[in-house]
Design a protein around this ligand. Structure first.
Ligand code: ATP
Ligand code: ZN
Length: 310
């Protein structure tokens, strides 16, 4: 049995399996599972199982509440976790106060889980800025993130800690304002609130425990990260094909967003026109296609890309 000096782990089969904590059921779950599937990680167990073993790779998945994920990584119970930055930072600040370990490494930022933590007040309230919160009661699930921002501005307030239904607090007379996660703002509106100030923006992140991993786990993590990045790059990229007048090639290249060097193929029987194939690293909007058409491009095709490896 080998031992890794860096992390003192014994190289048993069990300990060589990469343990990843993900949200059991919630806003991050579908995107996380989709990413795993696209990366070639196969699971048989249903979502009800706390622990799932990948069939084809030495990976175990732990399905838990998102709030538990940072602690599981910081306590070295799992090697990796996928969680929102909001929960990660809030938990780290709480653990610091509680005298618990707060070490972790951010491996990569994901392309899902986007949301913002915002202050909202009843629609009829006038709003001049954060200083309006002086002396007010603010309901939130994120007291530490809120405090970080308001303390920096020297604002005194009273936090009312609620772990759910934060948006009903003002109507129920529990608070004057709220500080809650917002995506579209529809929930706020239906509760008679308006969003007035964003205090934090968040995305999902992949985090790793702060000690070195056993080398075989590290190799597997490197492969996973490369696959995740390939899938994310592919999701944002498109393969564009068109026929175009040779004389307009430079103009066409200028309007294609994030495009790399195109392949140009001479069209048979027409010396003035070519076929152009190009990978665009950004979204392609209808406006761009209309501009291409104006420049004389025809048969314009925009095709999604499934995987990408640079
Ligand atoms: P759990 O049962 O796991 O504790 P939860 O109810 O606390 O779940 P979700 O609502 O599933 O959490 O949100 C999980 C994370 O998804 C949030 O912490 C945030 O990072 C992210 N998120 C993305 N979009 C939104 C949104 N519109 N509203 C709230 N959170 C969002
Ligand atoms: Zn939660």
């Amino acid at each position: 049995m080998s031992t890794c000096n860096a992390c003192n782990e014994k190289g048993t089969e069990k300990q060589k399996r990469l343990r990843i904590a993900i949200q059991k059921s919630g806003r991050l779950t579908d995107d996380t599972e989709k990413l795993f599937r696209a990366s070639g990680i196969k699971f048989n167990e249903s979502r009800d199982h706390l622990l799932a073993h990948a069939e084809n790779l030495p990976i175990d998945i732990l399905r838990v509440r998102d709030d538990d994920i940072p602690g599981l990584v910081m306590d070295h119970v799992v090697d990796l976790g996928i969680v929102g930055q909001n929960v990660l930072e809030e938990t780290a600040m709480q653990r610091e106060v509680d005298g618990l370990d707060t070490g972790y490494k951010q491996v990569m930022i994901m392309n899902f889980g986007d949301c913002r933590l915002s202050v909202a007040v009843p629609t009829e309230c006038e709003w001049h800025g954060l200083s309006d919160l002086e002396g007010k009661k603010i309901a939130t699930t994120y007291p530490f993130l809120l405090r970080r921002v308001l303390k920096a501005q020297g604002i005194n307030y009273k936090a009312v800690l609620l772990n759910g239904s934060v948006e009903v607090a003002p109507r129920a007379g529990l608070a004057d304002a709220i500080c809650d996660l917002v995506c579209t703002g529809a929930t706020l509106q239906s509760n008679g609130l308006k969003e007035v100030e964003t205090v934090y923006t968040s995305k999902a992140v992949l985090i790793c425990r702060d000690q070195d991993l056993y080398p075989e786990k590290q190799r597997l993590l490197d492969i996973l990260v490369q696959r995740f990045k390939g899938i994310m790059a592919a999701a944002e990229s498109k393969y564009i094909m068109m026929n175009a007048p040779k004389a307009k090639l430079e103009d066409i290249r200028k309007i294609l967003p994030g495009a790399e060097n195109p392949s140009i193929i001479q069209l048979e029987g027409n010396p003035d026109r070519v076929a152009m194939h190009v990978v665009s690293r950004e979204k392609v909007f209808w406006e761009t296609l209309e501009q291409l058409k104006k420049l004389g491009a025809t048969s314009i095709l925009v095709v999604p890309i499934e995987k990408m490896l640079d």
